[in-house]
Design a protein around this ligand. Sequence first.
Ligand SMILES: O=C1O[C@H](COP(=O)(O)O)[C@@H](O)[C@H](O)[C@H]1O
Length: 271
Amino acid sequence: MSHSPGDQVSAELAQGERPVPDIVIEPDGDRLARAVAEALVARLAAAQAVHGTASLVVTGGGIGIAVLERVAGLAAEPVRETVDWTAVDVWWGDERFVPGGDAERNEKQARTALLDVVGVPAARVHAMPPSDGEFDGPDEAAAWYAEQLAAAATEGESLPRFDVLLLGMGPEGHTASIFPDSPAVRDDRPVFAVRDCPKPPPTRVSLGFSAINRAEEVWMVVTGEGKAPAVAAALGGAAREELPAAGVHGRRATRWLLDAAAAAHLPRSGA
Ligand SMILES: O=C1O[C@H](COP(=O)(O)O)[C@@H](O)[C@H](O)[C@H]1O
């Protein structure tokens, strides 16, 4: 529990092996957002040092967008580990299928918080389609996004490399737009339409477990006491059908980045 978000994590794992989740707890949401932002900048810079580019999957939600705002703040500070934002590909874990200008769009929020601030080139911003674009419905939008993912796939893989995939979690354990006991929990496709979501807006597009769990690192960022029971259940081994956040992991690392309130129901280490 004494880890910091910037710690180096896990070595190469055997095929199919899941990394043990790494849990980081910060005192409050503000400090969590800043710590995650610093770790994210370091991780993207490290990816660029190896690959020339970095690939980030962003999430919506309160803390997800707060992290992006903090990253934008760091980018403005001198003498920081630098990310070349012209060489970062940005993807989405989920999106609300609403008109492009709607404030509910995860894309719009991420653009305002970070992407437009640091100048990620349009060609590297891989947004999920809005409801007023060229696609009649969320199924067509999801099928198009699946094509974009496949077209950007690295050699020998069906998906692009995702260096860090950020996720949030709802109090009932939904993550991306995979809601408990919904068809999405049993959908093997990398991306699909989601309907009748209990949390509005009801129609969305989401990555599924098969895409999320191909990311190099999955970072689940959660704040607030209302989510503490779901955090404890997810890390305690709940079934992913009942608590989707329990079913996500990275290939090399799975990190649960929590504020103290969200961590309140975890067993104390050494207890
Ligand atoms: O609807 C959504 O909710 C989750 C969690 O959001 P939060 O505000 O409770 O943190 C988010 O991760 C997801 O991207 C979003 O579409």
